[in-house]
Design a protein around this ligand. Structure first.
Ligand code: HPA
Length: 273
């Protein structure tokens, strides 16, 4: 009988494999959300690795997510970019959803830039929003289970999960480049349904400015391990009840429209980090 590997052993195997493939000294991890994966094409001297080749890595199933990891130079730094992430609604355990962030930490990253497409609660389609904080409405927490003491404490502080210095830099860069960047709170849900209008009214009362089905698990795991975080939401639609209907095609179409600003912004931010 083969023994089930521990999470720590799985992380170590994935780290070892990526190092062997040449992804050896990333400074920043980039998680590219729906329709935003194109930024990885601007990485130079790149090494591309299929998710399916990486030990213990999940599989991407969503339209607009390529399922590749790209390592190389962007904005004067070595980055490890994920074209496509793993969602809880796909049936992935939280351990799989957050595994790439663990491996980024194990490979030595200082910080991660986490991006997503989100519905606007107040903000309209086309808005870029720097995430100031989040509300975990997924119904679970990726740190449930034995604590990985080598990564961080049992009860991690989430007061500054979104690193204020990174957000400050993002705003300075956006202003210089003439790109409008708002600030707001992201509420993370499990999906896969879009929200009901009543849920969106409730989320608005709770203080949320944008809603989406990702990011929160990854940021919790990043904060646990002391990774610095910049979160950027691309608002692709008005949340439920503020527009006639919601669909994934619109989400992808609006990200197509704002992707040039998005790509320029992230690259310029990296250059200042
Ligand atoms: N709700 C949840 N997730 C989303 C939305 C939304 O309105 N738009 C893009 N991702």
């Amino acid at each position: 009988m083969t023994e089930e590997l521990t999470l720590l052993e799985k992380i170590e195997e994935a780290r070892h494999f990526l190092k062997w493939r040449g992804c050896d000294q990333p400074e920043f991890g980039l998680i590219l959300g729906s329709g935003l994966g194109e930024l990885a094409e601007e990485i130079t001297d790149s090494i591309t690795v299929d998710y399916k080749d990486i030990p213990h890595w999940g599989v991407s199933t969503v339209a607009g997510h390529a399922g590749k990891l790209v390592y190389g130079n962007l904005g004067g730094h070595k980055v490890l970019a994920l074209q496509g992430r793993f969602h809880y609604y796909e049936g992935n355990p939280m351990e799989v959803v957050t595994f790439p962030v663990r491996v980024m930490k194990a490979l030595g990253c200082e910080g991660v830039i986490v991006t997503n497409a989100a519905g606007g609660i107040g903000f309209g389609p086309g808005t870029l929003m720097a995430i100031t904080d989040h509300i975990n409405m997924t119904g679970t927490n990726p740190l449930i289970g034995p604590n990985l003491d080598d990564f961080g404490p049992r009860f991690p502080d989430m007061s500054k999960a979104y690193t204020p210095e990174y957000r400050q830099i993002a705003h300075e860069v956006a202003e210089k480049a003439g790109i409008k960047l708002d600030d707001g709170v992201y509420i993370g849900v499990s999906g896969p349904t879009y929200e009901t209008p009543a849920e969106i009214r409730a989320f608005k009362t709770l203080g949320a400015d944008a809603v989406g089905m990702s990011t929160v698990p990854e940021v919790i795991v990043a904060a646990h391990s002391g990774l610095k975080v910049l979160g950027i939401s691309a608002i692709t639609n008005h949340a439920a009840g503020f527009q006639e209907e919601l669909n994934h095609e619109e989400v992808v179409e609006v990200t197509q429209r704002i992707k040039e600003d998005f790509k320029g912004l992230i690259k310029a931010i990296l250059a200042e980090l």
